[in-house]
Ligand binder design. Structure first.
Ligand SMILES: Nc1ncnc2c1ncn2[C@@H]1O[C@H](COP(=O)(O)OP(=O)(O)O)[C@@H](O)[C@H]1O
Ligand SMILES: [Mg+2]
Length: 362
């Protein structure tokens, strides 16, 4: 079925009739139900979900009367959501584009890998802090289902975790905790039962909710688990950019390529960026990237972008052991500058300057 646009259509006949009949005071909800054939519960639902488009001040209070623009909006939203089966976030994005309402959609970056222990969590935390330092409002999500340790490396004891959000016990807003460096964190949990086999569809719903956080955050960084489980793929699916972390280790590299392959085969088309971590010799990172690039080009018809490499760095490891982000304990460390640079490449609005999309080695 051809999907219509929500805000751009010309008023239909019904609306013309409504416009003729509308009194200055507008229609109460019963008359809107009668005129449109839409149930009151659905109208209230649409009002709650899309409150900012109903009243100029963006308020979400229940309306007692509806003018003809609002009745038209109810019809269009009802058509999109309940007849065409589009998602709430999809419709929000379209309305934001058309009306300029709300802020720019949130930029979601997923950090992933084939093998564990390569540095995803280290990169995710430090990238989130660098983006915050660069003027963005940042949410870090621990998406390593059942094995999450962002809270450990940031010294947090969260009241709520991603499990509470996914299992519908807590709203995202309530579960998010203030973390070091002024970032916000949706913590995961280690050994939380049920998380490891959380259904992909439930994670996809979280993705839709994260997309709607544009008025609270500019960037969401997701630390996914390792490998190609359906949970990891679901987190990657939400992302606008995918960062694949590997070490020069052959097995880590091959598994990293495996993630990229499965992601592409699953129809995930977002730009992919490769970071080689824990590098001892700079020349090895070029070789590792070249192997991933060549395989991707040959078998996937696609070349991931090279984000460069990060040296094996004792001060970074030490900061992790102290459970403190390096930017807070050693702000002048070379690694901190490197994370700042990566932040600008991945989210060019960082610091308000556009970044040069080149690679770099620390
Ligand atoms: N560039 C680096 N230099 C030194 N140690 C690192 C570096 N990156 C990560 N590490 C260390 O490697 C280990 C695994 O890192 P972590 O971020 O937890 O990986 P993952 O999230 O992929 O499992 C940690 O002990 C961490 O301190
Ligand atoms: Mg980790």
């Amino acid at each position: 079925m051809k999907t219509g646009t929500i805000a751009a259509r010309k008023p239909g006949r019904l609306i013309e009739r409504l416009a003729r009949s509308v009194r200055k005071s507008g229609h109460d909800i019963q008359s809107v139900c009668r005129l449109t054939g839409i149930e009151a519960g659905q109208i209230r639902f649409l009002e709650t979900e899309f409150g900012q488009y109903f009243s100029p001040d963006g308020g979400c209070a229940r309306l007692t009367t509806f003018d003809d623009y609002q009745v038209e909006l109810i019809q269009r939203l009802h058509q999109g959501l309940f007849v065409e089966g589009r998602t709430v976030s999809d419709i929000h994005l379209e309305l934001q584009k058309k009306t300029g309402a709300g802020r720019a959609p949130v930029h979601i970056i997923a950090v992933t890998s084939g093998k564990g222990g390569v540095g995803k969590t280290t990169l995710s935390i430090n990238l989130a802090i660098a983006m915050k330092r660069g003027g963005n409002r940042v949410l870090l999500v621990d998406g390593d289902m059942g094995m999450g340790n962002v809270h450990i490396l940031t010294r947090l004891t969260p009241k709520h975790t991603i499990a509470d959000v996914l299992q519908g016990r807590t709203a995202i807003d309530e579960a998010v905790t203030q973390g070091p460096g002024d970032i916000h964190i949706l913590c995961g949990g280690s050994g939380v039962s049920g998380l490891a086999d959380m259904k992909a569809a439930v994670i996809a719903q979280l993705g839709q909710r994260l997309r709607l956080l544009g008025d609270q955050f500019d960037v969401v960084v997701i630390d996914t688990g390792a490998g190609v489980s359906s949970q990891v793929l679901e987190f990657i699916k939400m992302a606008d950019d995918l960062v694949l972390v590997t070490t020069p280790d052959v097995a880590a590299m091959l598994d990293g390529y495996g993630v990229l392959k499965v992601a592409r085969e699953s129809g995930i088309a977002c730009p992919a960026h490769v970071l080689i971590n824990q590098v001892d010799k700079p020349e090895e990172s070029d070789m590792v990237y070249e192997r991933i690039r060549a395989c991707s080009e040959r078998y996937l018809g696609d070349q991931p972008h090279f984000l460069g490499s990060l040296k094996r760095d004792r001060s970074l490891h030490h900061a992790n052991r102290e459970r403190q982000p390096i930017a807070l304990v050693k702000p002048r460390a070379a690694a901190v500058k490197h994370f700042d640079r990566l932040a600008k490449i991945l989210h060019p609005k960082t610091n308000g300057k556009s970044a040069d999309k080149t690679r770099g080695t620390l």
